[in-house]
Design a protein around this ligand. Sequence first.
Ligand SMILES: Cc1cc2nc3c(=O)[nH]c(=O)nc-3n(C[C@H](O)[C@H](O)[C@H](O)COP(=O)(O)OP(=O)(O)OC[C@H]3O[C@@H](n4cnc5c(N)ncnc54)[C@H](O)[C@@H]3O)c2cc1C
Length: 586
Amino acid sequence: MKAQTHRTDILILGSGGAGLLAALHAKQIAPDVTVTVVVKGLMGKCGCTRMVQGGYNVALAPGDSLERHFMDTIVGGKWLPRQDLAWRLCEGAIERIAELENEIGCFFDRNHDGTLHQKAFAGQSFDRTVHKGDLTGIEIINRLMEQVWASDVARLEEHRAIELIPARDGSGIAGVLLIDMRSGEYRLVQAKAVLLATGGGPTMYLYHTPSGDKTCDGLAMALRAGLNLRDMEMVQFHPTGLLAGPDTRMTGTVLEEGLRGLGGWLVNGAGERFMHKYDPAGERATRDVVSRAIDTEMRAGHTTPMGGVYIQMDHLGPEMVAARFPGMVKRCADSGFDLAGGRVEVVPTAHYMMGGVEFEIDGSTAIPGLYAAGEDCGGVHGANRLGGNGVANSTVYGGIAGESMARWAAERSTWSDCDHTVVEAAIARAEYPFGLAPGDLGALREKLWRTMWDDVGVVRSKRALQRGLASLGEHAAELRAVGLADGDRAFNLTWHDWLNLESLIETSRVIATAALAREDSRGAHFRDDFPDAGDLNTSRYVRVSMTGEQLHLDTVPVDFSIVSPGHSLIDGDAGAPTSVSGGPTQ
Ligand SMILES: Cc1cc2nc3c(=O)[nH]c(=O)nc-3n(C[C@H](O)[C@H](O)[C@H](O)COP(=O)(O)OP(=O)(O)OC[C@H]3O[C@@H](n4cnc5c(N)ncnc54)[C@H](O)[C@@H]3O)c2cc1C
């Protein structure tokens, strides 16, 4: 099967905060370079940037500082973040929020004196989260989209990237192989620079928050291309995902943290308010602590009819709850629950992957011409992402990568030749299921969800992780035996489900392998056979790479290039962040 060929100077995979900022910044730096954005769904209608509720962290207010934001990020990340990347994030957020307001046209909520309103988020020593009500992402992505529409950035919507194609002479990236999902045809796009911004997304768990188009395709492509992934064991669970039954996509969606912050209770199936058994802060403990407590109650069988626990708000006064959380109350009502006056079933839900591709501060990766930004990247957040640092990460590093790519592309007059053996192998892999008898992909997806939830989930152990890895091997073999009933490739969503599962199983294997290698408990990663954090001064991060089907593991010392454990950049805080268990999270 042949691929149609195209050319662009810069090719951007993904149209979230990272992809769109990259496109706009590339055009600012080098207006004559051609830029093309490829997206699996429709631009602005898919990915997680649109789903951002709470807001955007930036140190703006008097009394707050870059150093404070940085220290919160490092302590929250349990001393595993790469410090120069975390610093650049905090510094870049100040420039980027001004750009989003003044150049891109975002309206954020303001105080009476005209300054930006900044709200409190867990794990932060200052109120620094800029927001637009509780729908901040829609404001950001809609305004970004308008700017991209107004520019001469080309778009390939409903196009799925399936392989990063190296140059025939081995000098770096030469392009990307895509499937035009509308026609089912292959397209090979040659590019001088490529951005990986497909946004990770832990949708391999039974309960998850990200949009369904995110299936770790970028991470799977990066692995096959030989890049290192780091911190992949670090999957963040949000404690209160709505549990609305198996037949609705509302199950797993987030009921926001403010409910617990305001004084909401968590109650198990036996009617017992249980959080104070686990942490003196009760329901106001951090996300990882609350998720583990709920998981423990669930495993002990103290569950609600659908298998979770309840969140209860009525003791605060139904009218006040309805006034403070209209969106949450409506979301619950749509699923048949009364949040303001009754109890709602909730469950921890996989929310964010801190791990991803190892990248440099200018967005570059180990493959010349290939850049990465946003949730596809590892290293910025370490063991935990602070709420509000996710969209800051994607927009800050997206913009930086766009500028780097523009410079790179502007210096190159020609395109590299693609390695056609890689193109042909990728087409053969995508075509593989068409030759086989059809099977039940839905049942296989549910097995994957169960394996990751039960064995690689909130609380981990050597036995469970080994069992999980064995099951993942079986799921991979089962996928290889499942074919597609319909040979028509145009809008063949079953085919894309097959490809989604391939990426998810591959990435799940990496998560489980990294989790088995980390024999301590930090942030989002908790081992009940190794419950201690270990010595912070000798912290190491886990790196995974792949050749053929074989995964390779390495652990690498963390470089405390700016501040080391036991120290702080904040006057008067010196020595404060000495213990992982005592530090705040997200
Ligand atoms: C419910 C929810 C609430 C959140 N709230 C907050 C918050 O309040 N504050 C905060 O900081 N963070 C929040 N986050 C996290 C935040 O959304 C992410 O950190 C950030 O938006 C990621 O941006 P991104 O550009 O890397 O990826 P995304 O915005 O997810 O974009 C990824 C893009 O890649 C595309 N894509 C995927 N695979 C392919 C492929 N194979 N080929 C082509 N395109 C592909 C997708 O379609 C999408 O367009 C939240 C996340 C969720 C799910």
